[in-house]
Structures are given as structure tokens and as C-alpha cells.
Design a protein around this ligand. Sequence first.
Ligand SMILES: [Ca+2]
Length: 291
Amino acid sequence: MFHFAFFAAAMVAPGFHAPALGDDFGSAAGSPVGGALAATPASAPLPASVAASTAAPPPVQQCGYEVVAEYPHDSSAFTQGLFWHDGHLYEGTGQYGQSRLSRVQLSSGKALKTQPLSDDHFGEGITRWGDQIIGVTWRSGVGYRWRLKDLKPLGQFRYEGEGWGITMVGPEMALSDGTSTLRFFDPATMAEQRRVTVKLGGRPIAMINELETIQGKIWANVWMSDAIIRLNPADGAIDQVVNFSGLREKSGAVGHDMVLNGIAWDDQGQRLFVTGKNWSKLYHVRVTNCR
Ligand SMILES: [Ca+2]
């Protein structure tokens, strides 16, 4: 039977204060979703016209994980953005007065170079666009551009609403803002191009947080949960959920804010890295047992 028990566990986490998430996941965990998916084999043959007109939600794979390797992670880093480029991790962190962008050495977890944000900006997601790094902030409506090679600040831009996670998907920059909506921008002008609603079995899923583009799909943390979802950037439909239950405990994280957040993909080495806010470990993980 299709179930999302680990979402329920996240909903009752100490300090949890986001009933909207519970509503969404409560719906997703109910039998209508499971029944619909269980009754729809992945290979169900549908005429193209029917498939297009009904827009049935895709089957959703559930997966586990295994740890391939663990590395040190700066436990003062309130991880909000993470990506891999050319042999190094890049990390953006939050908290007022402590937000920064860093180039990080994988083996030591040490910052090789750091650039602070303004004290009145709460840092959020970061992504690479060519020879720039773009970053957003939580509630100030201000984004940053830095030069990739030396993290030199290149300027700022403005956007509407909150900033949570960002990732480049082809020529577009996807932005999450804590709702179920992903907005897509032209990274040159920051003009909004389009929006999608992230959905699981046809139901919106909110609290979409840190993002990563892997082989054309968007992977995302879901705030206050141990789940990482994979979705189609064209329509927002989730087609895979990876349950990272146990990793937070393994890392030694105990605070209620110290949740799984931060996904980086090393395309050349085909390595997936995950960590969490103020965790002392960063993990190279492999997704396993999908069903
Ligand atoms: Ca990322």
C-alpha cells in the first residue's frame, strides 16, 4: 500500500508550526492518493488523447538511501543553499548577521573563501549561472550576484515575495518560496517567465525548500521533513520521493530547526550530497530500493 508515514512523523516534530504542511501531507497520506496510484500501473496503456485530456498524476516511486561516505560539515552553517562545481561545494547560509556564501573543501568541510551578506539579509538558496553565483534572501526581496571565481559581489536585484531555494534548470532559474509554487525567472533580467504548482498525486505540496537540478529534474527538500522529492519542472508533478529518515539522527542533529536541507549533485562524478542545517556531517548518498 502506498503510504507516506515519514511525512506524518515530520508533522509532529517538536516545534513544528506549519499547519499548512500538515494539511497538504495529510491529504497526500490518505487513501484516495494511494488508491489512485495503486490502481494505475506504471505501464497502463492510454491513448495519447486520453492521457493528455485527463492529465493523470504520474506514478510515484518511493525510495530509500544508503550512505556512501561522510564528510565534516561546519556546524555553524545554517544551510540554505548548496551546489557542487568543479571540485568544490558552494554553500549559502542563513540567520541574520551570520549569512554568507562560501566555497567549501569537501574533505575538510572548511571554507576556502567566504563572502558575507548584509546583516539585515537572511541568506537562502544559491545557484550557479555561468560564471556567476546567484543567491536569494528570505524576506527582504533582495537577491545577490557574485563572481564565481573569487566570490566578488557583482550587484543585487529585487524580486517579489519570499526566497527559499533556487536552481538553474536549463536557461531558467527556479525559485521556491515556501508555498507549493515554483516560479521560473530569466536569470539575466529576473523577469518572471512562468509558474508551476508542485503536486503529489495531484495534490499541492507546500514548504518546498532547497533545490537541485539533476538530469533535467528538480530535486527538493521539503521543510521540516526527511523527504526529498523529485519533480518534473514542466508541470510540477512529483514522480519520486526519497525517505531520508534516520540521517538527521545519524548526523547528531538534535535541535528542531536542524532539519535536512541542502542537496548538491556532482554530475561528473555522479555523486549526490546531502546535509542539514547546522549538521556536523555532510553525506555522499545513493538512492536505493525504489518501488
Ligand atoms: Ca542545491
